[in-house]
Design a protein around this ligand. Sequence first.
Ligand code: CA
Length: 222
Amino acid sequence: MRLLLVEDDPDLASITRADLVRAGFAVDMADNGIDGEHLGSHEPYDAIILDLGLPGRPGLDVLKSWRERDNRVPVIVLTARDQWFERVDGFKAGADDYLGKPFHIEELIARLRALIHREHGRSANTLETASVRLDEDLQQVQVGDDQAHELTGTEFRLLRYMMLNSGKILSKSNLSDHVYDQNSERDSNLIEVYVRRLREKIGAQMILTKRGQGYVFNDPSR
Ligand code: CA
């Protein structure tokens, strides 16, 4: 899952980004409304965290402009804790959720997860198929009753994205777009390497190759 964090407070932004990366997200950042609006319009984010008080362009205007252009990316707005009217304005402008500052990172991560799962039509807050269970807190995968496998950061991001999109054909460039942030080296051959490693951990039959098109996470229960 790839996120955009639009926040002008440099300390808050860098701490939040580090926590989100640790939690298994690829994260791009913008410290003003103009860059934030541009990135949010042009990059395929899975969710955006948007501060409302921003230099360049206010967060509410940024959000309205995305929605006017039918950009339906899930957005969580960051509001001042006791300013209830900011929350109302945020929802009116098209926000999906809000979080009052200061916030606990655990709450932000839980809200992001719920929002992203809902976006992919999942009501449960866990990611599991008939045989594969992904623990998003521990970043481990378990197949049947076998022992759980630890996943590296990239393996976890890749598997989570594939499981959320199970049954769909995912091209290597689509996978790169959602697994790496904009500053990462984008080599689609790397995706092949990570798919091979995931197959070793969860079984080759779980990830099918569609020649010339990409990969499909094979979930017979969906
Ligand atoms: Ca601010």
